[in-house]
Design a protein around this ligand. Sequence first.
Ligand code: ATP
Length: 363
Amino acid sequence: MLGSMYFMQEQGFFSGNGNTSSIKIEDAYFNFGAVSVLRGVSLNVEAGQSIALLGPSGCGKTTLLRSIAGLEKLDTGVITIDGNAVTSPDCFVPAEKRRVGMVFQDGALFPHLTVAENVRFGLSNSFDRDNRVKDVLEMVGLTAMANRAPDNLSGGERQRVALARALAPEPSVLLLDEPFASLDASMRVQLRTEVRQLLQDLNITSLFVTHDQGEAFVLGDEIAVMNEGRILQIDVPSTIYEQPIDPWVAQFVGEANMVSGSTDNQSVITSLGSVPLSDQLDCAAGSSVDVLLRPECLEIQSGGNWLVSSVEFYGHDSMYQLKGEEEKTLQVRSFTNPIYQTGDYVSVRYVGPPTMAYQSVNS
Ligand code: ATP
């Protein structure tokens, strides 16, 4: 599959980079009746960049994507593609004139058309349509299936057809709405890696919607974390994971232990010892805070006050669930086979890099 993608590039069958465009969204608001779906969203996607829009179900991700595609009209706000306003108080460019490709969760293929006919659909006669269909099917590794009906394809193959169909008219930006959601776990991982490689090779601007943190980390040059119609944080995946802007983001983008403590200059004093901070907190020494301790940043040793309440072995790592005094719980990830068992008592210490703390809700 990947081999064929590189081949296409070398042969110059597909040129994405000459046409790729930036997307700019400024202060977008959108309501469905009484439901406030987008509440002041601003986002820049640079030409050639891939951004993953990560957020829980119902937070407005799809609505934002549909607004960029021209399938919804914002109540207020401006959307610009390649410097040209496509949605603003003064204009609304229809979807078919935006040069935006879209891949939906279920592929949305026409069941009565073959694979090749699905890809051909929507190609204007400015293209050499037969050759274009041939090229994009080769690009996604489906040449041999050109004459099949969508019903006779696997879920992964159907999503490749949907991708080929979206890329065929050489869109200047590509929007993908949970394109792997209907696939089983292993196909999902395989396809997302391939798609990431393809979009990088084509240098096409893309915006992915997902509620899967792993997918966002793999697919996004940057991640925009969204909740309740707002974007809370935009940054590269490592910063989103290591320096989440608030406890909600911390817990949404990975497993998180939030442990209470009190500030002491560049660290927090907790029941597990002193934990170094990456940012100086804007509060007086001794203030109550909650500090973020990722499970892989904790180390356990035998003997102590923490009871091992369960052990989950995943092959590449193990996760311990611990119970402490006053109903406190901790998750600890270990990259060795399980050493401790349910019922053992252990102690815990922080061994990770400087981390984040947040003013306690109760302080
Ligand atoms: P998911 O991950 O479940 O697809 P999402 O983040 O993409 O969710 P949207 O599909 O954008 O969220 O929906 C945002 C909100 O708008 C939800 O509360 C949803 O119920 C509501 N909504 C979406 N479409 C409509 C509609 N046609 N009429 C009324 N409300 C709608």
